[in-house]
Design a protein around this ligand. Structure first.
Ligand code: GTP
Length: 593
């Protein structure tokens, strides 16, 4: 049966291409707000961290009504895919709006999500936004999108994608650049005409795949997913089918649907709808909410295993409490265990010390996002050197291997291959995507990716795109050596500023020799030649009191080392901790006497 008055779509957009502005305009023009009601909150607005990193970390839902049809709009996470979230979210929808800036064209960061959407045979609509820009080049951008679709293996129907030209800012759209109307009507009509309504069986026993988890202090755990068949009632008894196919009895609390920017509770919701459910306190991603009497599981989706762990420790440094609020072990514990409720692929374990928790996740980016979020929430903490999770298989020490896909500009292929070679990566494939773009595929030890993203982005001048998935365990590949060490960071208005790492001199950055550590206002290191450093460093006015010293001396002077989080995680030694406060990130010796 077709739910003719419902459409489920996902939005794929590069940061700043206008997703939030477009959704706001859709909310306003569809009358989802009363005339005198302001759009108080921009639901799709990313948090600061997402904006800085150019990735959407959380997926969010909203909806609009257009002439009697409800359109659910789900946001897609960017290329940071921890445990298959992109695929799960896309499985809730039938079509995607690909928003592309009329000047910038398609960006590499959206390729991963777009490729998934095309693989899942979703119907695309391309929205060329910011058509009002003086430098807009809509025809070329559409050609670029077409090339990208071909490259990503779109099928014939998908290649025939409809295009809408839009100025989200002005709330105007049209089917051609010279036929723009002062309304979003052409866009809404396009959605109605092209995106299929969900095909569902309303009478069958209920099924819903747990797609995302959320948490609210008032109602507790919230399960979000699309009802695949049947209907879900408030207060209903259901069976929760776990990933190992065991059954658990459960009772639905409230059933919410998304209305505009809000969640609204309803007595019952039917197949096709995207709902949020409370009461399912033990539910996890990939499980099926099924009928109590007639439970049948939906195909589950693999959740990748954690491969990297580090200890999160109460801050006991001399700086504790000076730059943020001191955080007790109870508070740290609460925060971490709450995170586990919604963050798939994250595990938290108690340790021998009440002040220390072992946190395991899907790699450096996964754990750094948690650390950065905590830092921004005002937490102070320390973390230990990240360790990959080894396993003994047939008596042999094995390590986690990741499958890495890197799309890079043609002129940085050599450099990226060299960087990865040093990190024990093995190239398995190289595909020419276009005259200027190359895709490299590698098998690389998970530990080789620690600190890699930073180097990769520097090397590709921010144009590279990388994503990785767990590949499996393989025999230990040996020490990674010859890594560049050292970074120079100075304080500028209280914010740490990186002045570069490794061979960056020719790009106007400062060259620092391997083996050198940088402390606030000074560089220390065994091999450093004072003169060289002064000559190079003198070019940057922020750095004062420069002198060469040893690490021990610097610590005695209680001068802090200031790093970006990624660098700190790469350069940290066994006997060190990274101290994280809302204001700074430093390396310190574990025991200061
Ligand atoms: P994130 O929330 O960071 O993911 O970005 P976004 O994709 O939601 O972009 P957002 O809607 O915040 O818009 C980014 C910038 O582009 C803002 O300054 C908007 O005002 C501007 N913008 C959005 N749509 C248009 C448009 O149609 N024309 C012009 N000229 N600017 C636009």
């Amino acid at each position: 049966m077709e739910t003719a008055n419902l459409r489920n779509i996902a939005i794929i957009a590069h940061v700043d291409h206008g997703k939030t502005t477009l959704v706001d305009a859709m909310l306003k023009q569809s009358g989802t707000f009363r005339a005198n009601q302001q759009v108080m909150e921009r639901v799709m607005d990313s948090n600061d961290l997402e904006r800085e990193r150019g990735i959407t970390i959380l997926s969010k839902n909203t909806s609009v009504h257009w002439r009697g049809t409800k359109i659910n709009i789900v946001d897609t996470p960017g290329h940071a895919d921890f445990g298959g979230e992109v695929e799960r979210v896309l499985k809730m929808v039938n079509g995607v709006l690909l928003i592309v800036d009329a000047f910038e064209g398609p960006m590499p960061q959206t390729r991963f999500v777009l490729r998934k959407a095309l693989e899942l045979k979703l119907t695309p609509i391309v929205v060329v936004n910011k058509i009002d820009r003086a430098d807009a080049r809509p025809e070329e951008v559409v050609d670029e999108v077409l090339d990208l679709f071909i490259e990503l293996g779109a099928d014939e129907d998908q290649l025939d994608f409809p295009v809408i030209y839009a100025s989200a800012r002005q709330g105007s759209t049209g089917t051609a650049p010279d036929r723009i109307e002062p309304t979003l009507e052409p866009l809404f009509n396009m959605i109605m005409a092209h995106i299929p309504a969900p095909q569902v069986d309303l009478e069958a026993p209920v099924q819903l795949l747990v797609t995302t988890l959320d948490y609210d202090d008032y109602v507790g755990k919230i399960v979000v997913g699309r009802i695949v068949r049947g209907a879900i009632h408030q207060g209903e008894q259901v069976t929760l089918i776990k990933r190992d196919e065991t059954y658990e009895k459960a009772k639905i609390g409230k059933v919410y649907v998304f209305e505009g920017l809000q969640r609204v509770d309803v007595p019952v919701a039917a197949a096709g709808e995207i709902v949020a459910l409370t009461g399912l306190t033990t539910a996890n991603i990939g499980e099926t909410v099924a009928c109590a009497l007639n439970p049948e599981a939906l195909p589950t989706i693999e959740v990748d295993e954690p491969t990297l762990s580090m200890n999160f420790i109460v801050n006991d440094s001399p700086f504790a409490g000076l730059e943020g609020e001191f955080v007790t072990s109870r508070k740290l514990r609460e925060r971490l265990f709450k995170e586990v409720e919604t963050n798939v692929s994250l595990q938290v374990e108690e340790t021998d010390s009440a002040d220390s928790f072992k946190v395991s996740g899907r790699g450096e980016l996964h754990l750094s996002i948690l650390i950065e979020n905590m830092r921004r929430e005002g937490y102070e903490l320390q973390v230990s050197k990240p360790e990959v999770i080894y396993r003994t298989i047939n008596g042999e020490k094995c390590e986690p291997i990741e499958f890495l896909i890197a799309d890079v500009p043609e002129n940085s292929v050599g450099a990226v291959m060299e960087l990865l070679g040093r990190r024990k990566a093995e190239m398995v494939n190289m595909i020419t995507l276009s005259p200027t773009q190359v895709r490299l595929e590698f098998k690389v030890p998970a530990r080789g990716l620690i600190g890699f993203r930073n180097e990769f982005l520097t090397e590709t001048r921010g144009e590279g795109m990388m994503s990785h998935v767990f590949h499996g365990y393989e025999p230990y590949k040996g020490e990674i050596s010859g890594r560049n060490r050292g970074a120079l960071i100075a304080f500028e208005n209280g914010e740490a500023t990186t002045y570069g790492l490794y061979q960056a001199q020719e790009r106007g950055r400062i060259f620092i020799e391997p083996g050198i550590k940088v402390y606030e206002g000074m560089i220390v290191g065994e091999n450093s030649r004072e003169q060289d450093i002064e000559v190079n460093v003198a070019k940057k006015k922020h750095v004062t009191n420069m002198r060469s010293s040893t690490a021990d001396e610097a610590l005695r002077l209680e001068k802090a080392v200031v790093f970006t989080l990624e660098q700190a995680l790469e350069f940290i030694e066994e006997d060190e901790l990274v101290e994280i406060t809302p204001k700074s990130i430093r390396l310190r010796k574990k025991f200061l006497d």
